[in-house]
Design a protein around this ligand. Structure first.
Ligand SMILES: *Cc1c(COP(=O)(O)O)cnc(C)c1O
Ligand code: SF4
Length: 337
């Protein structure tokens, strides 16, 4: 893809992303009032929040249709009583991640790449999140832990790529991310830095000058894997932010989760991937939901997923069809349908 020109001057008001973070919507009553959801049972929403609180950044909220309880963006953030259901198939740690962690805060599961759990928190709480039961507080990375992570990577020259993950790694400050990136760049066998983040889609103001600076100054090739599930999430502000990242030389990919009632439809997925391409982003994975407790009501059957995949392939050029991915705890890679 060639660099995409910005025909429209950026209309993003100079709001600092951390002030957006400090002003998240966390109160179910406020959510219902702002979105005119009078008919919803607030008591049951409040109860469903227990254990995994409501959390929505206001720029995301502004893309939700008012007075529509079935809005595909609302359904991703609205706590529902189904979350309290426990079943045998659902687990607390579906990917059995603990066993792949040789040092705290680092997961080494696949050949050539390691994942670093940088930030424990997210700007948004997606109700289907497979990390909703993850003990983030235990994984918080301090100075000593970061040293141990660097030593682990240094000692293994088969590792060529480090993935900043979380939580959302872009919840950390640019100063901290820049320092970590420059430590990594000193390790000669590393080639790529990958950032798994939903932040530019949630809070487009996060794509600020500092972020653009440290990602362009490093010798490492930077890949950003975004997370968007529906075309309605990508308004003009998000588009401008994504095009800035892309024009900064970052390779942009997207991963989505296949979610019942939200994007389990070939037409909806076709619109999402066409929209992403307009913003310089190629599809990467479409994940089947992990069997996590409290999120089973979003689950789509394998058979239905196969049908959606066939329909999507008939609608789009091959390069706009994401890989339909399933994660099996002991496979050497993510497997595809
Ligand atoms: C998903 C994942 C990766 C990255 O896998 P890719 O197929 O390279 O995107 C790496 N480590 C862990 C632990 C993962 O869960
Ligand atoms: S942004 Fe990702 S890690 Fe954070 S709550 Fe949503 S799905 Fe989970």
């Amino acid at each position: 893809m060639n660099a995409i020109s910005l025909q429209v001057p950026s209309p993003i008001a100079p709001i600092l992303w951390n002030s957006v973070l400090a002003d998240l919507v966390t109160n179910p009553d406020e959510l219902c009032d702002l979105l005119a959801l009078g008919e919803l049972d607030r008591e049951s929403i409040r109860k469903s929040c227990e254990g995994f609180p409501l959390r929505v950044p206001r720029p995301y909220l502004s893309r939700i249709k008012v007075a529509d309880p079935q809005d595909p963006l609302l359904l991703q953030i609205l706590p529902r009583t189904e979350e309290l259901i426990t079943t045998d198939a659902a687990q607390l740690d579906p990917l059995q991640e603990k066993q792949f962690s040789p040092v705290p805060g680092l997961l080494h599961k696949y050949h050539g790449r390691v994942l670093v759990v940088l930030s424990g928190s997210c700007a948004i709480h997606c109700r289907y999140c497979f990390r909703r039961h993850f003990p983030y507080e235990d994984a918080r990375i301090g100075k000593t832990q970061w040293q141990a992570i660097l030593e682990y990577i240094e000692a293994d020259d088969t590792i060529t790529e480090v993935i900043f993950s979380g939580g959302d790694p872009l919840n950390s400050t640019d100063a901290s991310l820049a320092a970590k990136t420059s430590d990594l760049a000193e390790i000669a066998h590393l080639k790529r830095l990958r950032i798994h983040t939903r932040q530019p889609v949630m809070i487009p103001q996060r794509v600020n000058t500092q972020l653009l600076n440290w990602t362009s100054e490093t010798r490492l090739d930077v890949v950003m894997v975004l997370h968007s599930n529906h075309a309605q999430e990508i308004d003009h502000h998000v588009e401008v932010a994504l095009i800035k990242l892309r024009n900064n030389g970052i390779t942009l990919l997207n991963q989505s989760v296949l979610l019942k009632g939200i994007n389990d439809d070939a037409q909806v997925l076709a619109e999402l991937n066409e929209r992403l391409f307009e913003c310089g982003v190629l599809p990467y994975y479409l994940h089947m939901l992990d069997p996590v407790q409290g999120a089973m009501h979003f689950s789509v059957s394998r058979q239905r997923a196969m049908q959606i995949k066939a329909d999507l392939q008939a609608l789009l050029p091959g390069y706009l069809v994401p890989r339909f991915a399933v994660e099996e705890p002991h496979a050497p890679n993510k497997t595809t349908l």
